[in-house]
Design a protein around this ligand. Structure first.
Ligand code: COA
Ligand code: AMP
Length: 618
């Protein structure tokens, strides 16, 4: 590697100031930063408004008639387009609604919304007035919503009367009601967006009524280091981590990524088939494409069944999509239903340049199928809620590199990726270890965890001083290509959704018949991973495995959400543990996966042996 990529990477490290200040030139500042990185913060003396960068500046440049957002609902069979001027008007007006309901600079606003344009409008409205949004994925149950409300302590909560899932309606208001009843935080004002066919009989404020006498709000300039949003993600315990993103670094990084990674610019169409409740949705349904003056597609639907396995190809054709960003699990779902891609014949995909995937490793089998089927570059790239944008990618706009199946290619400029062994020593090329990023992290990455500096340090910084711990393990080959093999902790990825086995264990352990339990991630052909629960009953309990499974599945759905896809329950005599009582989840994972594992010294206990055999027999 000696071309554009190498030059950019090297100067992002050796000339950090020059490189990132130049990147900062892609953003409109009310006060331009004089330095890139000082005192541990990016663009510390700069001031800007991120909403102005996403909307106003394109309108001011004469591009108000360009399409900003296309809402395509496969659930309702409708399509609605918003020009940059339309979206700016809606955002400024809703920002006025926030102001008149007492939302001030720095206040938090929780958004619990399905994939509707109002989700984008509400996010940008918060940003316009310097408030901090925290979007909660609409598939999370009341308890998860409550945990986020308690941590963020919002002044206001915006929700909808419901969402549509294939074959069923999800009523949001009973969930919000239950969540608020569970919270200790002061009760926020609630605004509800009524949805067609889903009743809204609550006395909470109505979105449309609120707009009637609202006055469009002017943008508020904030410091680059001020928080833009909090996004909760699963850690290894049941308590979600509130990842905090700042304004300046985020805008600079995402703007840079649009051209250099995705090769999408003004007037071109990007479709990220995710959900605004996940980081991928934040960065590439909302902020990235709008900062770049591109068109973003907001798709309410599934890859299959809405109505068929040609849904993705239809959206690409109808909206002239240039870059598709999806999760491998969605592509596996399409392949499962339509293995010969016969649906493809019905559509014209000539606009499509590149397919990007993330959320989980792109397995070589799926990679082969998709690249053969679509005859386009299929680019795996690796990132996390914490980083906000790709750590490793094939930078299609900067310099496309050869694709190696199974690898998300190389470190993105700014990310000094390395592999350390358990003692913190660097390992040789090809040797597996902990994937770390040398500090400082580039702009756009997390600046901390909301209200929890201590957990931030413990989770990411303390294990290997001077490095950010990604929680993933993998290796780097002799060409500098990174291979991400999986998490080295108790976080699992189910259908591209990041979940904590710890939070599922907390639910399972609360069942009256359960003495102790372990939930581990096991391989799933469609969803990548799924949770599998192993339970030890209290002495004298006689509940059958089937009955226990039925009850536990219902409890996890009720307390975490259906998206956990918790279905496997096995009763075991005991769990394998260390002498100090720590459950050997890694050993369990290895046994279930048929991998080699070290035999712990406690193995002589017959109950443990029985448990392990039971695991092995599955
Ligand atoms: N609101 C409420 N419930 C939701 C939901 C939401 N937003 N999203 C999912 N659920 C529910 C589903 O209705 C389903 O409930 P059920 O068990 O009662 O049927 C459950 O959660 C699991 O849903 P899902 O993960 O969608 O599984 P599926 O088997 O219906 O579909 C896929 C499988 C692969 C098609 C689907 O998981 C998918 O599209 N994944 C891609 C995810 C993605 O793009 N992630 C990107 C993150 S980067
Ligand atoms: P999330 O924070 O939900 O984006 O999940 C981040 C985690 O998903 C990472 O730590 C990885 O374990 C996994 N992940 C995301 N993208 C990839 C990828 N391209 N390859 C391998 N793992 C990935």
């Amino acid at each position: 590697m000696s071309g554009e990529y190498r030059n950019a990477f090297d100067s992002s490290i050796s000339d950090r100031e020059g490189f990132w200040l130049e990147a900062a030139g892609g953003i409109d500042w009310t006060t331009p930063p004089t330095s890139a990185f000082t005192g541990g913060r990016w663009f510390a003396d700069g001031e800007l408004n991120t909403c102005v960068n996403a909307l106003d500046r394109h309108v001011d440049a004469g591009h108000g008639d360009r399409t900003a957002l296309i809402y395509d609902s496969a659930m309702l069979g409708t399509v609605r387009s918003f020009t940059y001027s339309d979206l700016l008007d809606e955002v400024a007006l809703f920002a006025g609604v926030l102001v008149k309901n007492g939302v001030n600079v720095g206040d938090r606003v929780v958004l619990y919304l399905p994939m509707i344009p109002e989700a984008v409008v509400a996010m940008l409205a918060c940003v316009r007035i310097g408030a901090v949004h925290s979007v909660v994925f609409g598939g999370f149950a009341a308890k998860e919503l409550a945990a986020r409300i308690d941590d963020a302590e919002p002044t206001l909560l915006v929700t909808a009367s419901g969402g549509f899932e294939p074959g069923k309606v999800i009523e949001y208001l009973p969930i919000v009601e239950k969540a608020l009843a569970l919270t200790r935080a002061p009760k926020p004002t609630v605004i509800v967006r009524a949805r067609e066919g889903i009743t809204n009989e609550h006395s909470w404020l109505d979105w449309d009524e609120q707009l009637v006498d609202a006055v469009a709000a002017e943008p508020v300039s904030v410091r680059a280091t001020d928080p833009l949003y909090i996004l909760y993600t699963s850690g290894t315990t049941g308590k979600p981590k509130g990842v905090v993103r700042d304004n300046g670094g985020h805008a600079v990084a995402l703007m840079w990524s649009m051209h250099n990674i995705y090769d999408v610019g003004e007037g071109q169409v990007m479709w990220t088939a995710s959900d605004v409740g996940w980081v991928v949705g934040h960065s590439y349904i909302v902020y990235g494409p709008l900062l770049a003056g591109a068109t973003t597609v907001l798709y309410e639907g599934k890859p299959v069944g809405t109505p068929d396995a040609g849904a993705f190809w239809r959206v690409i054709q109808d909206h002239g999509v240039r870059a598709l960003f999806t999760a491998p699990t969605a592509l596996r779902a399409i392949r499962k239903v339509d293995p010969h891609a016969s649906e493809l014949e019905k559509y014209d995909l000539s606009s499509l340049a590149t397919v990007f995937v993330a959320g989980e490793r792109l397995d070589p089998d799926t990679y082969e199928w998709v690249s053969r089927t679509l005859d386009r570059p299929v680019v795996d790239h690796w990132w996390q809620t914490e980083t906000g944008w790709a750590i490793c990618a094939n930078l299609r706009g900067l310099e496309p590199l050869p694709i190696k199946s199974g690898s998300p290619t190389v470190a993105v400029p700014g990310f000094q990726v390395g592999i350390l062994d358990a003692r913190g020593a660097e390992v040789d090329a090809g040797t597996e270890g902990n994937i770390v990023v040398k500090l400082p992290l580039p702009p756009g990455t997390l600046v901390g965890l909301w209200n929890d500096e201590d957990r931030f340090r413990r989770s990411y910084l303390d294990t290997f001083p001077g490095y950010y711990l990604t929680g993933d393990s993998g290796y780097i080959d002799a060409d500098g290509y990174v291979y991400v093999l999986g998490r080295s902790d108790d976080v699992i990825n189910v259908a591209g959704h990041r979940l904590s086995t710890g939070s599922m264990e907390a639910v399972v352990a609360s069942h009256p018949a359960v003495a102790e339990c372990a939930v581990i991630g096991i391989h799933d052909d469609l969803k990548g991973q799924r949770p599998s629960g192993y339970v030890v009953l209290k002495a004298g309990e006689t509940i059958s495995e089937d009955q226990l499974r039925t009850e536990l599945v219902a409890m996890v759905r009720d307390q975490i959400g259906a998206l956990a896809t918790f279905r496997d329950v096995t009763i075991v005599g005991a769990l394998p543990k260390t002498r100090s009582g720590k459950i050997l989840r890694k050993t369990m994972r290895q046994i279930v996966a048929g991998e080699e594992y070290g035999v712990p010294s406690t193995i002589e206990d017959p109950a443990v042996l029985d448990a392990l055999e039971k695991l092995l027999r599955r």
